[in-house]
Design a protein. Structure first.
Length: 132
């Protein structure tokens, strides 16, 4: 199967929270990941295209952070997805909560644990084909 057409650009924006009762489209992530037909991250396709699986975190007042979507082995989920901004360090990783089980479909919610371990919920704003 052709894995190049599986790459999707996924826009995540901050969902409603105590600090942001209406959410915020100014805080979030743009990421590229290979999705199967049900919207789940495809591990085999990721292995084939890992260098294309990039992430950008944006937030007002902070510079954008760019990194890679990385699959790390082990744990209860038999592997977890993290946003790795500096491959030389592990303490700057942000972990996607059960990303292996979530479908990335507009309107769905996903959670990301920031570098301090605080969980934040994001809504999938859009999923579009990556033009290569």
């Amino acid at each position: 199967r052709d894995m190049t057409n599986m790459l999707r650009r996924i826009a995540l924006t901050l969902a409603r929270s105590k600090e942001f009762p209406n959410g915020s489209s100014r805080i979030g992530y743009d990421l590229v990941a290979p999705l199967d037909t049900s919207g789940h991250i495809d591990l085999d396709a990721w292995k084939a295209h890992r260098t294309a699986c990039v992430v950008r975190h944006f937030s007002p007042g902070e510079g954008d952070k760019t990194g890679l979507l990385v699959h790390k082995a082990g744990g209860a989920e038999h592997g977890r997805w993290v946003f790795d901004y500096n491959v030389a360090r592990d303490d700057d990783d942000e972990a996607g909560f059960k990303f292996g089980h979530h479908a990335f479909v507009p309107g769905e919610y996903v959670s990301v644990s920031d570098t301090s371990g605080t969980m934040h919920t994001f809504v999938v704003k859009s999923v579009t084909l990556v033009n290569r």
